[in-house]
Design a protein around this ligand. Structure first.
Ligand code: ZN
Length: 247
């Protein structure tokens, strides 16, 4: 099966549409979203609707959690907090109920999905390094796990019989890895709607469970339209500016 993985969409409809088109080209049959559908951008309703239309397997992100009041906004920086408050005012009850219904973690037979780390998912910790990846992998019961949250694509691969902290890592804007000889693989799929690896293109991933290949892909999108919508909505302009830089 070919699984398409999206994450950290952050209400960026142009980026989400481009990432979905890129994954449709890869003949994806099943969809996953690793959390943070909303926050930062100006299209929260359309992004929630598209994720629901795709019937994605979805987990809760920290921005989603803050919008529905599960975690306090003090946890966020000034600009993120303003976007969370703006999003809360603009979502309809249907989207609020949907976000409230999302689990912190999903275990599917082929993969696990969590926003930050499988080590205390409710704390939304980040996986930035092999040390943090090892803590998450220690709790991983499926071969594959998909995460986001850092907005930087990466893969951490544990080989059979290796020591728990002996991980092979790849940190690239786009990559392809063969995972056939690994027993635990943690993939950070990057961010669709607000990449932070200095590559402004939308990031997404595809896992071919038959071929045992994981790829991170990038899709160009109309950044200027997204920026215009963010400014017109009265959201902080820094949230528009950073999209052009991928930071
Ligand atoms: Zn995020």
């Amino acid at each position: 099966m070919r699984i398409g993985i999206l994450g950290d969409v952050h209400s960026n409809l142009e980026a989400l549409t481009a990432a979905v088109a890129r994954l449709r080209d890869e003949r994806v049959e099943h969809w996953v979203q690793v959390g943070d559908i909303v926050g930062y951008g100006a299209d929260p309703i359309a992004c929630v609707e598209l994720v629901r239309e795709l019937r994605c397997t979805v987990c809760l992100g920290n921005h989603d959690a803050a919008v529905v009041g599960f975690i306090p906004t003090e946890y966020f920086n000034h600009f993120a907090r303003r976007a969370i408050e703006w999003t809360r005012e603009h979502l309809r009850p249907a989207e609020m109920d949907y976000l409230r219904s999302l689990p912190l973690k999903v275990e599917h037979p082929l993969y696990t999905v969590v926003h930050g780390s499988l080590h205390l998912p409710e704390q939304f910790g980040y996986v930035f390094s092999p040390v943090e990846a090892a803590d998450s992998i220690a709790k991983q019961r499926t071969k594959l796990a998909f995460v986001g949250h850092s907005h930087i694509p990466a893969v951490y691969m544990h080989r059979n019989q290796g020591s728990p902290r002996d991980l092979q890592c790849v940190f690239e804007p786009e990559f392809e890895v063969d995972v056939s000889s690994h027993d635990r693989v943690l993939v950070n799929v990057g961010s669709v709607g607000q990449p932070r690896d200095e590559d402004p293109r939308a990031a997404c991933a595809v896992y071919d469970s038959d071929a045992q290949i994981v790829r991170v892909l990038r899709a160009e999108y109309d950044i200027e339209t997204t920026q215009r919508k963010i400014r017109a909505a009265g959201l902080p302009s820094v949230l528009a500016d950073r999209l052009a830089l991928g930071v």
